[in-house]
Design a protein around this ligand. Structure first.
Ligand code: FAD
Length: 412
């Protein structure tokens, strides 16, 4: 079997892996990224949080993003079970800066842009290459075994292995350190429509979150380029698939019957993609790094899709992991402590979003009632929805919130 060496191997060319690869390569180290898909591929995860701005700035991608046809997202708006909409949460209301507006993206194009950027910064990006196994010398990760695009197997030895393999979570599953959150075992059925209703002006690119009338599922409504809209229904997996005789399309149609506000928006629309299904269980690995390895994005943990936080957290952890790798390589230290030094800070921001996820799923909780009773918490909610969880202290909102709903503890 062929063998080669590189400083850092990255598994996966999603937002997390491509960010780490770009920043470590920019720091002058040898980086090889393996992405199993040979071609740009459809992926769910189309709505960004404004907090992504700062990683894009560091990656030098803001100009490129500004030139795309991706719709600009200024706000998120919630519709309750009655069909009544909250006032939109505009990210730029108290922050009139470019960083308060973001994009709705086609992931095939977006991920390719991030991978190309990693290549431009000096990383070797190999598409159509599937990592079969992470190799360990004792407890230390020492490289990977890869099936290359020509179907030959290759061993690649490295000082650090970055697992950014998304929900495949190669290392966390292999080491059996991934914990699933029992209360958030969700699943989704989703598709794209053309010619669906779009709001005007700055609301045109808004993400809408719409509850069905029995609150068993909620729908996302995400405007995309070329007159497309992404629409998905999310509910407990046991509820969505209770009737095993129904296929994904029939489940979506059943739930659509219970959500007039989505029905109205897609009345004249044409479905342009077969119905897709995915499991959205929330989970988290017990540790973010070990000797010679570090986890990034979904390979570390996944939070429910309701606030579109996945890409933001993947970019953020990709950036934090890159910094700990650069520092570690400079010191000759690729220990668990060095590589995982960002875990506490990263988890702190993730936990704030997780608390708001719990509030959303509490059938007694309503943002409207909460903010009417606690108007001084509005900015904290907007900060979390924006992804400003690492730059601002959003935690004061949780005490009054805990009086209206049950918030999670850190462990699960
Ligand atoms: C239903 C649903 C809706 C969502 N909606 C949103 C949203 O609106 N906004 C948002 O921000 N997030 C959303 N997310 C979450 C978002 O999709 C993810 O959090 C995000 O893509 C994570 O990025 P990543 O780089 O960690 O992983 P990924 O984007 O999953 O990238 C991992 C990459 O690794 C590759 N890979 C996997 N295994 C291997 C292997 N063995 N060898 C080589 N390559 C491999 C994969 O092909 C993939 O390209 C949603 C998720 C779900 C389930």
């Amino acid at each position: 079997m062929n063998e080669m060496n590189t400083d850092v191997v990255v598994i996966g060319g999603g937002p997390g892996g491509a960010t780490t690869a770009a920043l470590v390569a920019e720091g002058g180290h040898g980086v090889t990224l393996f992405e199993r898909n040979a071609e740009p591929t459809f992926k769910v995860g189309e709505s960004l949080m404004p907090g992504t701005y700062w990683t894009f700035e560091r990656l030098g991608l803001l100009d490129k993003l500004a030139k795309t046809a991706f719709p600009r997202k200024y706000s998120v708006q919630f519709f309750g079970a009655s069909g009544r909409g909250s006032a939109p949460f505009y990210f730029n209301e108290n922050n009139p800066h470019d960083s308060a507006v973001t994009w709705q993206v086609l992931r095939s194009e977006f991920d390719t842009m991030l991978q190309d950027n990693a290549t431009e910064k000096g990383a070797k990006v190999v598409r159509g290459a599937k990592v079969i196994e992470v190799l360990f010398d004792g407890d230390r990760a020492a490289g990977v075994r890869v099936k290359m695009p020509d179907d030959e197997e290759q061993v690649v030895r490295s000082q650090v292995v970055v697992d950014a393999s998304g929900q495949s979570a190669l290392i966390a599953r292999n080491l059996k350190i991934a914990n699933v959150e029992p209360k958030l075992k969700k699943a989704s059925v989703f598709t794209h429509f053309e010619n669906a209703f779009r709001d005007d002006g700055i609301d045109e690119g808004a993400t809408l979150i719409l509850q069905a009338n029995d609150k068993n599922v909620w729908f996302w409504y995400i405007p995309l380029p070329e007159d497309r809209v992404s629409v998905g229904a999310v509910g407990d997996i046991d509820y969505l698939f209770a009737d095993r005789s129904l296929d994904a399309q029939e489940i979506f149609d059943r739930e659509l019957e219970k959500c007039e506000s989505v029905q109205e928006r897609i009345r004249d629309a044409r479905q342009v993609m077969p119905m897709q299904v995915t499991k959205d269980f929330s989970y988290r690995a017990k540790q973010i790094a070990g000797d010679g390895w570090v986890l990034v994005g979904d390979a570390y943990g996944f939070l429910d899709p309701v606030y579109s936080s996945g890409v933001f957290l993947a970019l953020k952890s990709g950036e934090m992991a890159a910094d700990s790798i650069l520092d570690g390589l400079a010191k000759g230290d690729t220990s668990s402590e060095q590589l995982g030094g960002f875990q506490e800070e990263f988890l702190g921001g993730m936990e704030s979003i997780r608390k708001l996820v719990y509030a959303f799923y509490d059938k007694e909780f309503s943002f409207r009632k909460f903010l009417m009773a606690n108007p001084d918490c509005t900015q904290g909610v907007v900060d979390i929805l924006s992804g400003d969880v690492y730059t601002k202290d959003v935690t004061p909102i949780f005490e009054p919130m805990s009086e209206m709903c049950e918030l999670p503890t850190e462990d699960f």
